[in-house]
Design a protein around this ligand. Structure first.
Ligand code: ADP
Ligand code: F6P
Length: 511
């Protein structure tokens, strides 16, 4: 099996983060804790920046809501639906709080067996905490794009404040009971804040993104506070063993006193608490995708799609707009196939859906411009074909349409440069009719599980992407079916409910 490589081709020592150590990045001074207990077990209390819905509008004209997009929501929503509990998060719009949620949410989550609790952000916090520290410092740092970091000290201040607010909300909602499970890079300091509020019960954290090499964290000023923040949790979970190893390495470099060698492994202890770590590859509700792909409406849509394709193969790309998703590189790979293989022109179409995301951030707007320029250029270059080789859509498909595409696509091109997991890869496998080929990046967490079944590529190398497209196109049906059946067995046996059980079974219990 080809092992995925992360942060390929980048020398971490060159990924500098130009902010002086200490200063505004230093952790806040300790406040005197009031003793509070939060028991583990029982009710599930989940905190993430994103709730499963997104509000728009305002108090005056009324709020409306739509489902939120993204892997975190796809994975967690069926878990909360099955187990119940409370989901604490930001409703996705400045100044929207619990009242707005109560007004707008019944339309979407009516009857959902879990509660939603809002953490409201004002416009400045949306700018500094969400767009700023979370998505212009942490996101590029965690994905190996440090050159894109915009280290404004205001962002850090806001990040700490909002983490504090999440902690307060959690302490209030928990009211002394429940299993507290915090998610993702937006909320790395919540446990630290909860400890300062006097909470001493078990706290767990799962990181949905990759975790970069320890030397990178060591080289940036905020790295110290972030690693320390994570050590306040009792269980810190990662997508892959590599991410977990990077974290342990970061602790070794930044907080060596927290690390001890024991029985051939390492143990982390912070203060008088043991800190557990683990790799828990996130997944999807396999049965839900598999079943929905057999829904007669979806099958009808898939049939219609095939009819419109004629004898052309369908190559599918579904990505949130993000520079980490490698969309321009994928387009260049496809162009290379068309340039080098005249016999394949008019025989395949690449349908690329780009889901709008973080469009207030310059690097995202630049990525969109680059993608659209490439799509135009490719379609112009091959304008003599009966139909354009790239069908590009910037927007959203409804669930049925997405499933019909997964079902019918001959090839899925999932080629992020670096991605925590990439659930689109697993959704494609679960929903495909059986003859599809998955081309998967070595930089996606999913490559650790699907490395034998997929065609693994270096996403930054258009030649490698082009070779994989040609190989997939010419792969005998029997081989395609064998690979897809085996991939489905992998995703079926490691679905999101197993992920939750695995994680929660490692969550420490109250002493
Ligand atoms: P990321 O979490 O970085 O966005 P993933 O591939 O892990 O990347 O997850 C993307 C998720 O977004 C998938 O679960 C996919 O089904 C979902 N998605 C794709 N298109 C839509 C859409 N139109 N509406 C809602 N969710 C969507
Ligand atoms: O960990 C990655 C992730 O949280 C995904 O789950 C999700 O798609 C995305 O990042 C969040 O996007 P947004 O900025 O829209 O919340």
């Amino acid at each position: 099996m080809i092992r995925p490589r992360r942060f390929s081709g980048r020398d971490p020592s060159t990924l500098r983060f130009p902010v002086p150590k200490g200063g505004p990045w230093a952790a806040p001074p300790s406040r005197r804790p009031r003793a509070r207990r939060m028991a583990s077990g029982g009710r599930l209390l989940v905190a993430s920046n994103r709730l499963p819905l997104r509000l728009t509008g305002g108090a005056e004209d009324g709020w409306s809501c739509s489902p939120a997009t993204g892997g975190l929501v796809t994975a967690l929503e069926p878990v909360l639906r099955r187990r119940g509990g409370t989901w604490v998060g930001w409703p996705g719009c400045p100044d929207a709080g619990q009242e707005a949620l109560a007004q707008a949410a019944p339309a979407l989550v009516g009857g959902a067996p879990y509660g939603l609790r809002a953490v409201s952000l004002n416009r400045e916090e949306e700018h500094c905490f969400y767009q700023g520290f979370s998505n212009q410092v942490l996101w590029p740092l965690l994905h190996g794009f440090s050159a894109l970091c915009d280290p404004d000290p205001e962002y850090w201040r806001s990040y700490r404040e909002v983490n504090r607010r999440f902690a307060e909300r959690l302490a209030e909602v928990a009211g002394g009971g429940g299993t507290v499970w915090v998610h993702d890079y937006h909320l790395m300091l919540v446990a630290r804040e909860l400890r300062e509020l006097g909470v001493d019960g078990p706290l767990s954290f799962f990181l949905h993104t990759p975790f970069p090499p320890g030397e990178l964290l060591e080289s940036v000023s905020c790295g110290h506070a972030l690693v320390e923040g994570l050590l306040h949790y009792d269980l810190v979970g990662f997508q892959t063993e590599q991410d977990q190893a990077h974290f342990v390495d970061a602790v070794r470099r930044i907080h060596p006193e927290a690390l001890s060698e024991a029985g051939g492994g390492v143990e982390l202890t912070f203060g008088d608490r043991r800190v557990r770590t683990g790799a828990f590859p996130i997944s999807i509700d396999f049965k839900e995708f598999f079943g929905a792909a057999h829904n007669p409406v979806v099958m009808g849509m898939a049939w219609d799609l095939r009819r419109r394709l004629g004898d052309r193969s369908l190559l599918l790309g579904v990505d949130r707009l993000d520079y980490s998703k490698g969309i321009p590189q994928k387009l260049r790979g496809f162009r290379r196939v068309l340039r080098r293989h005249p016999e394949l022109r008019g025989r395949m179409v690449l349908k690329q859906l780009v889901i709008p995301s973080r469009d207030g951030i310059p690097a995202y707007r630049a990525t969109k411009v680059e993608i659209e320029g490439l799509v135009r250029a490719i379609n112009q270059e091959f304008a003599d074909l009966d139909s354009p080789p790239v069908e590009y859509q910037y927007g959203s498909w409804d669930r049925m349409e997405l499933l019909a595409h997964y079902r019918e696509a001959d090839v899925a091109l999932v080629t992020p440069l670096n991605d925590g997991m990439n659930l689109v890869a697993k959704e494609y496998v679960a929903s495909n009719g059986g003859g599809g080929v998955l081309i998967l990046s070595q930089g996606a967490g999913a490559a650790w599980e699907l490395g034998r079944e997929a065609l693994i590529v270096d996403p930054g190398d258009p030649d490698a992407v082009a070779r994989a497209i040609v190989e997939a196109h010419s792969m005998p049906l029997r081989e395609r079916r064998r690979r897809m059946t085996s991939a489905q067995a992998v995703v079926r046996s490691r679905d999101v409910h197993r992920w939750v059980e695995g994680f929660l079974s490692r969550t420490p219990r109250m002493a």
